[in-house]
Write a protein that binds this ligand. Structure first.
Ligand code: HEC
Length: 127
């Protein structure tokens, strides 16, 4: 009797772990599969380097001082229509200028460059 109980427990434990394993691999397969209904065009290989989302970067790091995505002054000046060149903007973001912090320790050069391009691309609304 004792042996039979142990065997049952062992079997239960075994099938439980198999079930967990199966769920895990099912999830992995789901992640890897292209979204249902994706056309061949949509499924085309992604560019080697995904484009940086400068607007999102800006929203998280800069918008609390440069409002409206840089379109309006707040604690920092409006950035749309800045007289600085792209290189100067890169320098400003990299090193900061009191009270603006420098971002070289928390951003990559690519991220800073993407932000500079984003800022230089803003159209001054003239406000
Ligand atoms: C703590 C507030 C603060 C944060 C956060 C901040 N800035 Fe600034 N920023 C300022 C202030 C203040 C100035 C004006 C400094 C000066 O020239 O005296 C400034 C100036 C600038 C300038 C120069 C504009 C010009 O025309 O002279 C740029 C470009 C700039 N910031 C970009 C950014 C970017 C990009 C981020 C986010 C990565 C950012 N800032 C985050 C406060 C901030």
């Amino acid at each position: 009797m004792k042996f039979a109980t142990m065997r049952t427990r062992l079997l239960l434990a075994l099938s439980a772990s198999i079930a967990v394993g199966m769920m895990a691999s099912a999830n992995a397969a789901e992640d890897a599969a292209p979204a249902a209904g994706a056309t061949a065009e949509e499924a085309a290989p992604a560019p080697a380097k995904p484009a940086l989302n400068a607007r999102k970067l800006f929203a998280t790091n800069c918008s609390w001082c440069h409002q409206d995505y840089g379109m309006k002054a707040a604690d920092g000046p409006k950035l749309a229509g800045t007289s600085l060149t792209e290189a100067e903007v890169i320098d400003r973001i990299t090193r900061g200028k009191t009270p603006m912090p420098g971002f070289r320790k928390i951003m990559t050069a690519d991220q800073i460059e993407a932000l500079a391009k984003y800022i230089k691309g803003l159209k001054d609304p003239g406000n």
